[in-house]
Design a protein around this ligand. Structure first.
Ligand SMILES: *Cc1c(COP(=O)(O)O)cnc(C)c1O
Length: 425
């Protein structure tokens, strides 16, 4: 037995499924999780000493790769001054100044995860509009708060249960679900619930049913519908924020959202989330306004140090995004060519540096198509990649993430491995 298997056995005795977050358990792909011990740039090493090219990058946060020197040094420096105060610190001001500047928002509140960011933004939307219903899209994932576990993506979809037990029916009743890339489905819900919808929340690029980019005009249509029906538009940029561009999806697609949620990249690998928007909206949050929200460890100085160091690098090096686009495009086109040659029907969806391989004859533009793909073939593909030293997401309902640390040689190596694996599918 490998050391990973031994650890996994021990873990399952004391942790549900042996993990602290479900997709990590690798159940959908028929294997056990590799326990990781070290990351270096674009590579990770497991407890058995196997080295992999990392296409998960902590599910997105590590856009500069593992152990980036500037991020590491900023964290160590912060640690020396104290882990936490529960009082304002200078770095929180710097962080808020940089985040609002990069994202074109006016005010931001730091929290500790993407889940918390979304939960808080929804409360603010409800408080500001005096309305209670929320429209989300089937297959979009917005963290695990009660009202968002309705037709959810990511681990909920991987586990085959997009609606969670333990969510009161009354709570779920206020969550209406529309179809991604189908603005007409949103219009119908808004018309059927006049004056009741507080917000439409969307992943501007859906990445938790696998990567499904917005079709031209879809995000613009959502903006128009929200304006027409008095609902707020919330972009959940927990994945796309600081990834599609330094200014996230809002700047990339030129569509303005009323509230935006962040997570993953914003913390540089530390647990951070944030929600941001106009001064007028954000001033309704406590202690200024009536919408209560707080956090003992929010704005934690060590977490802020990691996030700020990473964001400063992204802000000051726009060429990172050009390179990510180039590497993403090469990987996408290379994979498509490999599947074409191997006569394996597959779609490689991509937005910038996030990609998903769907085993499907027809294009995947939404939830229904994503669910209809060949998941057994995906499991085989995953296990094949792993054997060839490629560490990809263990579920089709997730993205592969590239980082600035991935070199052209990494892309070469991934394509060589993919070609071998494709032959076995
Ligand atoms: C990961 C994710 C979340 C949840 O963030 P956590 O930090 O895991 O709580 C919310 N929304 C989107 C779009 C995500 O990808």
């Amino acid at each position: 037995m490998t050391r990973s298997e031994t650890l996994f056995q021990a873990a399952q005795l004391v942790m549900p499924g042996g993990v602290n977050s479900p997709v990590r358990a690798c159940r959908a792909v028929g294997t056990y999780p590799r326990f990781l011990s070290e990351g270096r740039g674009s590579h990770v090493i497991d407890v058995d000493g196997n080295e992999y090219i990392d296409l998960i990058c902590s599910w997105g946060p590590l856009i500069l790769g593992h152990c980036h020197q500037a991020v590491e040094e900023a964290v160590l420096e912060a640690v020396r001054h104290g882990l936490s105060f529960g009082a304002p610190t200078e770095i929180e001001v710097k962080m808020a100044e940089l985040v609002t500047k990069m994202t074109g928002t006016e005010m931001v509140r730091m929290v500790n995860s993407g889940t918390e960011a979304v939960m808080s933004a929804l409360r603010l939307a409800r408080g500001a509009t005096g309305r209670s219903k929320i429209i989300k899209f089937a297959g979009c994932y917005h963290g695990h708060s009660d009202s968002m576990l309705v037709k959810a993506g990511s681990g909920a979809l991987t586990g085959g249960a997009p609606d969670s037990a333990g969510v009161p029916a009354e709570m779920a009743a206020d969550t209406l679900t529309a179809k991604y890339n189908d603005a007409a489905s949103v219009r119908s819900l808004l018309e059927a619930n006049p004056g009741q919808v507080a917000a439409v929340i969307v992943e501007p690029v859906a990445a938790n049913m696998g990567v499904v980019p917005p079709q031209p005009g879809f995000l613009e249509a959502l903006r128009g519908l929200c304006d027409a029906y008095g609902a707020l538009l919330i972009f959940d940029e927990v994945i796309t924020g600081f990834r599609l561009s330094a200014g996230g999806a809002q700047r990339h697609y030129g569509v303005h959202a009323d509230l935006v949620t962040y997570g993953k990249i914003i913390g540089g690998g530390m647990p951070v989330g944030a929600y941001a928007g106009s001064r007028k909206l954000m001033e309704q949050v406590s202690p200024l306004g009536a919408v209560y929200q707080a956090g003992t460890l929010s704005g934690n100085p060590v977490a802020m140090a990691a996030g700020l160091a990473q964001l400063e690098i992204l802000e000051n090096n726009p060429d990172i995004y050009t390179a990510l686009e180039r590497k993403g495009k090469r990987l996408q086109e290379g994979l498509q060519e490999i599947f074409r040659k191997a006569k394996v029907p597959a779609q490689v969806n991509r937005a910038g540096s996030i990609l998903t391989v769907f085993f499907s004859k027809t294009p995947v533009t939404g939830y229904d198509q994503a669910r209809a793909c060949d998941l057994e073939r995906f499991a085989k593909w995953y296990r094949g990649l792993l054997e060839h030293g490629i560490y990809a997401a263990p579920s089709q309902f997730e993205a592969m993430f590239l980082s600035a640390a991935h070199q052209e040689e990494d892309i070469d190596a991934i394509l060589v491995a993919a070609e071998e694996v494709a032959k076995t599918l």
